[in-house]
Write a protein that binds this ligand. Structure first.
Ligand code: 13P
Length: 249
């Protein structure tokens, strides 16, 4: 059975007090679920988030990480620093990192390697822009993103990878991919994995959908056979909405 996952990417939102308050709200309303629940607060609040979560069934994950172990990289954060505060999973490849901070497939391959060498798990994001979809280029674009950043990995490495398909045109726009569009792409991703590796590996990988998932559309998206959960932006900033999405899985 593949893991079901609902993860909240808080992006650059919530100061320290807001971080603690939102986590406490979540703890108080967390439903019984088979799904793994994760939240990704900003770097400065990760330590407090780990402590506030305590032994609740919520994993605190990082939104990014530098590829080098240490050294003269002003402003950056290493795998060791994350692990030293109890963070064992990192989101890599988010479209906002790609678009605003110049992260490309080659750099992301290095970041993935650094995470795996440090026994961390990775939630790897990718997805096409609207222009790619309009040009009917979305499948080959997604295939190249996977190939360039992940297809050097060995079979064992994939035990530490969760994929998150996030079509850029659906992020923060209120326009979600239809459940059929999500299923079609997730099925393609799984087939691409099966072709490169094998069906056993492909069937074991959780593939999350991200892009304007809300409590009122989550159930239909999550009902699709190749959608194993969601990476949630805006709706993860309100406990009630995030809990509504967790209940939908
Ligand atoms: P929204 O849910 O706000 O569209 O954001 C999705 C996302 O980017 C999660 O990483």
């Amino acid at each position: 059975m593949r893991k079901k996952i609902v993860a909240g990417n808080w992006k650059m939102n919530n100061d320290l007090a807001q971080t603690k308050a939102l986590i406490n709200d979540l703890k108080n309303s967390l439903p019984n679920t088979d799904a793994e629940v994760k939240i990704a607060p900003t770097f400065t609040n990760l330590h407090a988030a780990v402590e506030t979560v305590g032994d609740a069934a919520i994993e605190v994950v990082a939104q990014n990480m530098h590829q080098e172990a240490s050294g003269a990289y002003t402003g950056e954060i290493s795998a060791d620093m994350l692990k030293s505060i109890g963070v064992k999973t990192v989101i890599l490849g988010h479209s906002e990192r790609r678009a605003y901070f110049g992260e490309d497939d080659a750099l992301l391959a290095k970041k993935v390697d650094a995470a795996l060498q440090n026994d961390m798990d990775v939630i790897f994001c990718f997805g096409e822009e609207l222009a790619d979809r309009k040009a009917d280029n979305h499948f080959s674009l997604v295939e190249s993103q996977l190939k360039n950043a992940l297809f050097h990995l060995g079979v064992e490495d994939w035990k530490h990878i969760v994929l998150a398909y996030e079509p850029v045109w659906a992020i923060g726009t209120g326009e979600t991919a239809s459940p059929e569009q999500a299923q079609e792409m997730h099925e393609f991703i799984r087939k691409t994995l099966a072709d490169k590796y094998d069906a056993t590996l492909a069937d074991s990988i959780s593939i999350l959908y991200g892009g304007s998932v809300k409590p009122n559309n989550a159930e239909e998206i999550f009902s699709k056979p190749d959608v194993d959960g969601g990476l949630i932006g805006g709706a993860s900033l309100k406990a009630e909405d995030f809990v509504g999405i967790i209940k939908a899985i």
